[in-house]
Design a protein around this ligand. Sequence first.
Ligand code: ADP
Ligand code: MG
Length: 299
Amino acid sequence: SSSFLDQYDTLDVIGNGSFGIIRKVRRKADGMIFARKELNFERMNDRDRKQIVAEVNILKDLDHDHIVRYHDRYVDRDAGILYILMEYCGGGDLSSVIKQSARTNRPIPEDKIWSYFLQILLALNHCHHPNGHTRSSSSSGTGSALENVGTTTRAQILHRDLKPDNVFLDTADKVKLGDFGLSRALTQTNFANTYVGTPYYMSPELMQEKAYDTKSDIWSLGCVIYELCALKPPFYEAKTHQELSNYIRNGRIPPLPRGYSQSLASVIKSMLNLNPAMRPSAAQLLQHERLALTSKVLE
Ligand code: ADP
Ligand code: MG
């Protein structure tokens, strides 16, 4: 046995990931609870193995209050298992919130929706605009060679699989964006071309097999916020991939249920613009009056 594994008590299995189970573990030293993803990499092909390494590297770089925090990793070469230790989110995820609300016939209060919306946006903003969206220009006449000294540059990250089941909650109902398994760090180019995901949240540009960028995440976010109101995705009536594509390209979003404000409806609509360039960025959305207000309340 290893000193890494010896530091934890193994508790319940809490999830089944694509490559292995997720367990709740307790650190013996202080009783702290973590989630531990156990990935069997021996059975993986080269492509999947690369994806896992990418996922760990992405998580490691992301340090944000609303993103599932990465703590440690350990490779057991003999057993062929990669252990990833991360923050435990004990409050389930948004898909269970939606299911619960539909089952009990109690709409999710609008204030709650704005609060989830804000927290997901803060996480996305951190991924999409790693160095802040407003670049500080040199105020003095210093040469450009000096401008970037001391500036941390981190690659832009796309989530690429934003849907209610990947938005986790902690026990205080705080949003923790997780499952970056399909995301890719963007370095050289601004696009990542391969997409695998749930068709319901797929943006029109992806339906046409065009490139994925930050605005495709914004489309998916629009679908998630819509679903928090309507308790079903916006193009739920579609039975086939082709039908879904037609519905989306028609650009007609079914109205929200009664009781939700015009302000919420119109910001959702702006994210579901067929033209990616016309969708607001995460940074722009954070300027929204209602979200700015929500952020004051959260403080
Ligand atoms: P997959 O790529 O298979 O969707 P996920 O990372 O989404 O893998 O994990 C699968 C499930 O395990 C999640 O839906 C969730 O129920 C549970 N889970 C994953 N990570 C955590 C965590 N950090 N805290 C609590 N539960 C988690
Ligand atoms: Mg998932």
